[in-house]
Design a binder for this molecule. Structure first.
Ligand code: WT7
Length: 633
């Protein structure tokens, strides 16, 4: 645990070292791991390519660093503590030894079904320990996992299967989520009708639902592991071999597969976990995310387990069966570090303080926030009522593409300020640039957030389309990684994230591309054209507002709006369903035919009185009609 920074001066020292001698700095962190062969060179990089490599020619297996390495001294320590959806169902605790056995056994099961190094495996599962076991088993045998959040529709799932040409899908007979029982196997079956690469589907039995098993393709998890050994040699992986692909939305086109590799991701997820949460051996840590998102990858599975931590996994939702469910779990397991999203805080805040009353929450030492800007009101509520005013609140800024936390306080070590992510982690060199890409070096500046030097967790490519990676992240500002976020550096030098500056909206901490939602809406046969924007939403942070031009024949406005919502639900999934749909006679366009989203955003935010100049529009007359028909709350 020698890489845990414990004082402010320690932070300043480490930060300086990481900037002046990045290779020396990261080599020292890298040395704390077990490598099958040490690297020849720490870093090679070129942001033009982009071409970034860390720990060149180093050989390792991340699961040896999670499992084998921990067996001797802490094999009996709990690794995963699982809390089911229903409070009265018994949970499961897996020690490091038990996790080792289960991962090895499932690794052998996958191998027996024909999966090997380099093959892609889609994981579409509930929040059960087997989801983490599946990820680690892939890593053990060198297969590349791509976890798909189990709320995505069959066509989203099919797109991902096709994009990465997955050979295997891991799923369940159903998921419990709050009061709902979700037929995920049905979604998989439907998705696989439009794919051709999947040879086997392994189905974990969770709900006992009566499902169809396709002969020759589908096999039960419990049958697949039958008779398989609990020892499995770890595949030798190059530091730059792929560890996983995770799909995320961008401002254009379909979601792209962000690629993370074995060596750098291992070092970065561990280092950031240890320092941000100030994890101490014996602590119980809980992140409420789903493994379908990057937060679940880095801070439920990889980071904590690399640090030998006890990580809690929760199957359910914050408000089921009651709005005190989170706090009940904190007390039950004596959670020390708790990490959640602002949207969950705001949703719970709306239930008042009563649900908190039965619980002491005294075990908490650190509370964290991730996924979207946390507004001051939610920050204070979280800090005062959950952290009882004496837990540092880490507001952690990062992205799927960054692999791990980039800007955040280190709990209790560096200062935290409401609604500010704060200072960068050692090794992270964020810059604020103006529209021309000039670095704004002083304090009290605002602009677009970039990073000018690589860190080990940076994405390496977007799967199957390196050019897209270059265009999206490395072309806007020469020689820099562009985050897509706006940011401000205040007079003390703390960074505050202002939200996306591109056509991406953040709904409850989930990224949605406006183009993606528009494409889904346009699938409805009555839709002529659509434009989607985000607007401030009390609980979700941003809501989805859709302006749609339709052929109304044979439909009422209400029925059409519902059909449009259902279309998006079917094509992407419930998280992308527009909150508001407005049928409009036209969309405001520039003379070159581009939609003026600025105007649509203002109307959606209830600021129609601040539209600015609309005289240059091709069709200024539609603006009046749009304002008049605006959907209010
Ligand atoms: C986008 C990345 C990283 C895990 C969850 C989301 C926004 C994330 C913060 C924060 C303000 C934040 C940014 C970023 N975001 N954390 N603490 N403060 N904004 O991952 O889906 O890749 O989304 O989430 O806009 O670009 P993601």
């Amino acid at each position: 645990m020698s890489h845990k920074i414990q004082t402010l001066s320690g932070y300043i020292h480490e930060y300086q070292k990481s900037v002046l001698q990045p290779e020396v700095f990261w080599a020292q962190i890298g040395e704390s791991f077990h490598w099958k062969k040490r690297w020849d060179k720490v870093l090679e990089w070129d942001f033009e390519g982009p071409d970034v490599k860390w720990f060149l020619n180093g050989k390792l297996n991340i699961t040896e660093n999670i499992l084998d390495r921990h067996l001797f001294i802490m094999g009996d320590r709990p690794a995963i503590v699982w809390e089911p959806n229903e409070p009265d169902e018994e949970g499961v605790t897996l020690t490091y030894k038990e996790l080792y056995a289960k991962v090895c056994q499932f690794s052998n099961a996958m191998k027996a079904q024909g999966v090997g190094k380099g093959d892609r495996v889609i994981i579409y599962m509930p929040m059960v320990p087997e989801a983490a076991i599946a990820m680690l088993a892939c890593a053990r045998i060198g297969a590349v996992h791509s976890v798909v959040f189990a709320g995505f529709s069959s066509s989203s799932l099919a797109d991902r299967v096709n994009d990465c040409e997955a050979k295997m899908v891991l799923t369940s007979d159903g998921n419990f989520r709050g009061a709902k029982k979700i037929d995920v196997k049905g979604v998989v079956d439907e998705a696989l009708e439009n794919t051709s690469t999947v040879e086997k589907v392994i189905v974990y039995q969770r709900t006992g639902a009566d499902i169809a098993m396709k002969a020759g393709r589908d096999i039960w998890w419990h049958d697949a592991i039958q008779g398989q050994s609990e020892e499995c040699p770890a595949e030798v992986m190059d530091a730059e071999d792929m560890l996983f692909i995770l799909y995320t939305s961008g401002s254009t086109g379909k979601p792209k597969g962000v690629v993370h590799t074995c060596g750098g991701y291992m070092v970065y997820s561990y280092y950031s976990f240890l320092n941000v949460f100030q994890y101490t051996p014996g602590d119980v840590y809980w992140c409420t995310a789903d493994v379908g998102w990057i937060t679940g990858h880095s801070y439920i599975v990889y980071g904590p387990l690399l640090a030998g931590a006890t990580t809690v996994m929760f199957e359910g939702v914050p408000t089921y069966p009651h709005a005190g469910r989170f706090w009940e779990i904190v007390d039950k397991y004596q959670v020390n570090q708790f990490y959640t999203a602002p949207t969950a805080i705001r949703a719970l805040q709306a239930h008042g303080l009563e649900p908190l009353e039965p619980y002491s929450l005294d075990s908490l030492k650190v509370i964290g926030s991730v996924g979207e800007p946390i507004n001051e009101e939610a920050w204070h509520w979280y800090h005062d009522h959950v952290g009882k005013g004496n837990c540092p609140l880490v507001d952690t800024w990062w992205q799927t593409e960054t692999g791990g936390i980039m800007i955040s306080a280190l709990a209790g070590v560096t200062p935290n300020k409401p609604a500010h992510a704060g200072l960068p982690l050692p090794g992270v060199q964020p810059v604020i640039v103006d529209a021309d890409g000039n670095e704004l070096k002083s304090n009290n500046v605002q602009g677009n957030l970039c990073v000018k030097f690589p860190w080990p967790g940076i994405l390496r490519t977007t799967y199957g389309d390196h050019e897209r990676c270059k265009q999206t992240y490395f072309s806007t500002y020469k020689g820099m990684y562009f985050t897509g976020d706006g940011a401000k550096r205040d007079h003390d030098g703390y960074l505050r994230i202002l939200g996306r500056v591109d056509d991406v909206i953040n709904v409850s901490g989930h990224r949605m591309g406006t183009a993606e939602v528009e494409n889904a809406i346009n699938e409805h046969p009555k839709v002529v054209e659509s434009a989607v924007v985000g607007y401030p939403h009390e609980v979700k942070g941003q809501g989805i507002y859709a302006y749609v031009i339709c052929d109304m024949e044979g439909r009422t406005e209400e029925s059409l709006k519902n059909e449009i919502r259902q279309t998006v639900n079917k094509i992407i999934g419930p998280i992308a369903k527009p909150d508001k749909v407005q049928i409009v006679p036209g969309l405001p366009k520039t003379r070159s035919g581009k939609i003026m989203r600025r105007i649509l955003r203002k109307v959606a935010s209830g600021e129609s009185d601040q539209l600015g100049d609309t005289s240059t529009l091709l069709n200024p007359e539609v603006v009046e009609a749009i304002i008049e028909g605006a959907v209010k709350d």
